[in-house]
Write a protein that binds this ligand. Sequence first.
Ligand SMILES: *Cc1c(COP(=O)(O)O)cnc(C)c1O
Length: 238
Amino acid sequence: MARQEIEVKGCVTTLTERLADVEKRLQDACLRSGRRREDVNVIAVTKYVSVETAQGAVEAGIRHLGENRWPDSKDKWEALNGQAAFHFIGSLQSKKAKDVVGRFAVIHSLDRLSLAEAVQQKAALLGIEVPCFIQVNVSGEDSKHGLTPEEVVPFAEGLAAYPLVKPIGLMTMAPHETDPEATRYVFRGLRELRDKLNDGIFRDRPLTELSMGMSNDFEVAVEEGATWVRLGTVLVGQ
Ligand SMILES: *Cc1c(COP(=O)(O)O)cnc(C)c1O
């Protein structure tokens, strides 16, 4: 087992121990919010770590890996494709969509129709559908990518032109806060937006998923309804 000396809450040091610690915290967050643990999926974000560490995570039972650049993830993809599903979690240039579609199971950062068009083109070549999260900037921070909540309905209307781009949920990133409780409004806002869309434009094809919560704030995100948490530092290190 890959051994890494990374200080995470308490004195957890190995991957197995970190996984157990995260698991306990996920279970507690589910318990506090009356949710089922099996409704929360874990993506190990391996963008900062080696192929060996990513392999260790998969050996330890992780089935979803998150990466934000194709060139940096290529070696991990070649080693682990088939054993784990790859999630594209970074901002994606339209011209790079062709590298990602067909390799990554899900794109978490759909935020422009020009990107949807590029995804559609490659998906049509391959004859596949591409599950995507629509990225929303709930906090309004300038540094964050994503649509404003108001832009989502017109964007969803525009997506009708790209039938192979299949929206499955919403994704957001919360601002980094020392007190994770301060991020709760972001996660709650994303859930409420999802519910509102499902009563309206997505009534016939509801968005079931919420991709939200990172190392610093995943417990709050789970309490607010996350179905996918994206964990780097706390799980595999940085
Ligand atoms: C890097 C990254 C993560 C993981 O961040 P940690 O704080 O290390 O858990 C999650 N989501 C996105 C979009 C990222 O870029």
